[in-house]
Design a protein around this ligand. Structure first.
Ligand SMILES: [Zn+2]
Length: 127
């Protein structure tokens, strides 16, 4: 079950773009370690909120459709986080013209450790 940290995220989930929803749902259904809850911790942020959590990009400030979703990974090992991200990045390419930018990566800022999922207009399923 996909859970939401607060009512805000539950509402914002409705505004998440279809491809990003597909990626997050895939992670939940196929990649999440057994026994770990899937809690969406952030979707949209104001520019002020974004700066306060130390975000490196503005992707959480755009939309709807929203282009980024964070899922809480408090207490996870680095290996667990990297395994989920690697599987997502094998399956989806964020932007074929900028292959260095991943569709999923682990982050520590703001409300705590999370996996950040993101999409671009060019994001494609590769496998
Ligand atoms: Zn994020």
């Amino acid at each position: 079950m996909i859970e939401f940290a607060e009512a805000d995220e539950r509402e914002e989930w409705e505004g998440v773009g279809p491809l990003l929803k597909e990626i997050v749902t895939y992670a939940h259904d196929n990649l999440w370690p057994a026994g770990r809850r899937f809690i969406v911790s952030s979707i949209w942020r104001s520019r002020l909120e974004n700066a306060k959590v130390g975000a490196k990009t503005l992707i959480h400030t755009v939309g709807p459709p929203y282009r980024a979703v964070d899922a809480d990974v408090c207490g996870w090992s680095k290996a667990e986080i990297m395994e989920v991200c690697a599987a997502i990045n094998r399956r989806w390419q964020y932007d074929p013209t900028r292959p260095n930018i991943p569709a999923a990566y682990g982050e520590k800022h703001g409300t705590g450790p999370h996996i950040h999922f993101q999409v671009h207009a060019n994001t494609v399923l590769v496998t």
